[in-house]
Design a protein around this ligand. Structure first.
Ligand code: 6PG
Length: 248
C-alpha cells in the first residue's frame, strides 16, 4: 500500500451532480472574496467534459459580479473557437453567455493561431496585463480550475512532454502528438502560484491517476498533475466516490 498524501482539502461527493454543486459553490466563494478584497478577480478555466456542469451551476450564482471578473483559460486545443473540441466554445455556452461576461473580460486562448509559439507569447502578455503578479513576474490568478486526465495530465501538461519543466514562461505551446491536437497551456508556475486551485475529477477512470498524484513518491514527468503538490494557494480536490477509489 503506497503512502498517500493529498495536498489540500479533499471533498468526496457521492456523485457527479454533487461534485458540480460543490465546485460551483467554491469557485463562486473565491471569486466573491477576491472582488471584496480588490474589486476585481481573475479565473483560469480548464476544458474537457468534467467542468461543464460546474460552469453551468456557477452561471446561476447571481452574487458574482462578472463585470469585474477577468476570464482566462488553463489550456486550449488548436481548433477553431466554434469547434466541439474547443474549451472556449464550451465555457462560452455553459457560463460566459449566461452571465453576460463583458467581451473585454474574456481572454480567449488563441490556440487556433497559425504560429503557436507567437500565440503563447501574445497570451502571456494578455495574462500579465490583466492578472496580479508576484515580484518575480509570475501571474497570480485568484482561482485556477483544473481537471486530471486518466494519463495523469493536468492543463495540457502531458506525460513525456518537456512542457512540465517550463518555468521561465507562463504560457507554452504543446506540439500535436498522435491523435492529440496541438495545444496552448499555462505552465506550472502560474498554476503553483494561484491563490486557489480547484481540481474536479469524476469517474473510476480517474482513480489511478489520482492515486499517482497523491502517492508520496512519484515523477512529475510521468504524472504531470503532481505539479499540484507544489501549489502555494488553497488546494481543493472535488471528486466523486468512484474517482476517489471509495465504494460506490
Ligand atoms: C483539456 C483540459 C484537460 C482536462 C483533462 C480532463 O483541454 O482537455 O483542460 O486538462 O482537464 O483532460 O478532461 P475530462 O474532464 O474531459 O476528463
Amino acid at each position: 500500500m503506497t503512502t498517500k498524501v493529498v495536498p489540500g482539502q479533499l471533498i468526496a461527493a457521492p456523485d457527479s451532480a454533487q461534485v458540480a454543486r460543490e465546485a460551483a459553490a467554491r469557485i463562486a466563494r473565491v471569486l466573491r472574496a477576491a472582488l471584496a478584497r480588490s474589486g476585481r478577480a481573475s479565473i483560469a478555466l480548464s476544458g474537457g467534459n468534467t467542468p461543464r456542469d460546474t460552469y453551468a451551476l456557477l452561471a446561476q450564482d447571481t452574487a458574482v459580479d462578472w463585470t469585474k471578473v477577468h476570464i482566462f483559460w488553463v489550456d486550449e486545443r488548436a481548433v477553431p473557437p466554434t469547434d466541439d473540441r474547443s474549451n472556449y466554445r464550451w465555457a462560452k455556452a455553459t457560463l460566459l453567455e449566461i452571465v453576460g461576461a463583458p467581451a473585454e473580460n474574456v481572454h480567449r486562448m488563441p490556440a487556433d493561431a497559425p504560429d503557436l509559439q507567437a500565440a503563447a507569447r501574445d497570451y502571456e502578455r494578455d495574462v500579465v496585463a490583466n492578472v496580479d503578479r508576484e515580484a518575480d513576474g509570475v501571474p497570480v490568478f485568484d482561482v485556477v480550475v483544473l481537471g486530471v486526465g486518466e494519463d495523469g495530465h493536468t492543463a495540457s501538461l502531458f506525460p513525456g512532454e518537456a512542457t512540465v519543466d517550463v518555468v521561465d514562461r507562463a504560457v507554452a505551446a504543446v506540439p500535436a502528438r498522435d491523435r492529440r491536437e496541438a495545444r496552448l497551456t499555462l505552465t506550472a508556475p502560474p498554476i503553483e502560484r494561484a491563490r486557489a486551485v480547484i481540481i474536479i475529477a469524476v469517474g473510476l477512470g480517474k482513480r489511478d491517476a489520482l492515486e499517482r498524484v497523491w502517492a508520496a513518491q512519484g515523477d512529475v514527468h510521468e504524472t504531470p498533475a503532481r505539479i499540484i503538490r507544489g501549489c502555494r494557494g488553497v488546494v481543493t480536490w472535488i471528486i466523486d466516490k468512484a474517482a476517489g477509489g471509495l465504494a460506490e
